[in-house]
Design a protein. Sequence first.
Length: 320
Amino acid sequence: MSTADKTRTRPAGTAAADPALPATLRRNAPLVPTDTAAGRSLAAVIAILTFLAGLCAGAAEMVAANATQWQTSVAQEVTIQVRPGPGRSVDADVARAEAIAKGEPGVTQTRVFSKADSERLLEPWLGSGLDLSDLPVPRLIALRWSGDRADLGRLRAKLVEALPGVASLDDHALWLQRLSAAASAFVGVGVGMVVLVLIATGLAVTFATRGAMAGNREVVEVLHFVGAGDDFIAKAFQARFFGLGLRGGGIGAACALLAFALAGLITGATQSGPAGQEIEALFGSFQIGLRGYASIALIGVIASVVTGAVSRITVRRYLA
């Protein structure tokens, strides 16, 4: 009697006991092999993709949080620019502009930049060691502002009336607009990268599932002979790939969380030095907060769900 005849003459529950059947159908053996080279490779690919997606999500969250802090800090400060004029004393004009600013309600602090300070601000563009004494370098007055900023128009009008053509007020509105646009663009790119990584994960799972179906073709045929439906087979493959996705997603998300935690510790340890202060001024403290950590953990879960769902859909289409 052939193997197929033996299979037809016994119940589905006893078919796995026949030693002539494939090893994956024997009792106490999984329907789809779990510990294979292909499975480990797929788990590694999912871990790497999840790690990259976690880095993108954490970076986007960090930029969004730091951009909010930058915008708040910039919005609380306005600058008066006093330009040297022929026949005028720039020091007297600066003192008059400062007095006008101090008399304005809402101004909590004023800081006058000396001529040397103003020239030092030009060093990143012009270089150091230049003699700028003959250049009409403007003088700056930084004002800390609190409360409603609706009176900036009145302060601007007073400066124009007292020092026409000499003093001007900069509320950094253009800088705030550009900063907000840049932060939004970076966050959008980060979210787009996360979506692309998840799509790449789905494609990798699709090819891996098709390979697993082709490698287990005899198992699928025997299951059909004993009366197993497409749902049963699809669930078996879905469970296997969901486990691989859960393993890979967990490893990738854990590595991304560890990377941000280590970056925060390193920047915190070097914060006292000049380099650490510059890094913190540009990129913040590399702290992504609770929402950032939750986002990375959620990406690991989504990668697992995507793996299971894509494998089930691929199996159903393959069997159809």
